[in-house]
Design a protein around this ligand. Structure first.
Ligand code: ATP
Length: 233
């Protein structure tokens, strides 16, 4: 059975129809990438899964249970966490305080020590305020705040955006470790090379439609199928 099943969801911003009959399935422990040009509907898809936006129609099931229409807090308790593009870090709180706040409403949060094992750099910075962190450290903290709540499914929205190549490499390794540890991941990224290095499967988006579904290994061997939805020459 799929961990996540999305069946023909349609999402609108007011009168503006953005997602058209989007269907996806994600198996447990899979890493799935959503690719496409700016405005193709990838972020809208993640926000629809998390319940931040309510699809007008269609079905979303997590572990076989319908979750569409539920508030984000309920969906979070069912095991999903969104790491948003804008990085969910409180600038005025320290690293440790940011993590403690994230633990508060979780049912089975990780002890802080487990986070420090995964993110030794955050441990070094535990008394620094969020706003003083580098971009890469903020992204790690944003991921750590999701992870401490022990989600089975993590949605990563452009985790590598604006980060230097070496930091991207660190985050790629981190993502691989999360997958090896049994997490299921959906990642939206513009950095196609980085994302294809660790994804299992890919959905291509264009104008709010899913126009491609395939294995990342096939796209690594031959990028031609991506030309249409990535706008490559
Ligand atoms: P990006 O990489 O730019 O985030 P994306 O594929 O994630 O691209 P979305 O952010 O999902 O695309 O946007 C899909 C469409 O919805 C775009 O046409 C966008 O202009 C529109 N849209 C996004 N957010 C809003 C909003 N808050 N109100 C109205 N329209 C929006």
């Amino acid at each position: 059975m799929s961990l996540l099943e999305v069946e023909r969801i349609n999402t609108l911003y007011g009168d503006s129809h953005v997602l058209f009959d989007v269907s996806l399935h994600v198996a447990e422990n899979e890493v799935v990438a959503l690719l496409g040009r700016n405005g193709a509907g990838k972020t809208t898809t993640l926000r629809s899964l998390m319940g931040v936006l309510k699809p007008r129609s269609g079905a979303i099931r997590l572990n076989g249970r319908p979750i569409q229409g539920l508030p984000p807090a309920r969906i979070a308790r069912a095991g999903m966490q969104l790491v948003p593009e804008e990085r969910a870090v409180f600038g005025g709180l320290t690293v440790e305080e940011n993590l403690r706040v994230a633990r508060l409403t979780a049912e089975k949060p990780w002890p802080l020590d487990r986070i420090w094992e995964v993110f030794p750099r955050l441990k070094e910075r535990r008394t620094s305020r969020g706003r003083t962190l580098s971009g890469g450290e903020q992204q790690m903290l944003s991921i750590a705040r999701a992870l401490i709540r022990d989600p089975s499914l993590i949605l990563l929205d452009e985790p590598f955006e604006g980060l230097a190549p070496l930091i991207v490499q660190d985050l790629v390794e981190l993502t691989k470790r999360l997958a090896a540890d049994g997490r299921t991941i959906i990642v939206v990224e513009q950095n196609v090379a980085a994302v294809l290095s660790f994804a299992d499967r890919v959905y291509g988006f264009n104008n709010g439609h899913v126009v491609y579904e395939g294995r990342a290994a096939d796209l690594r061997a031959d990028a031609a199928p991506m030309r249409g939805f990535m706008g490559l020459a």
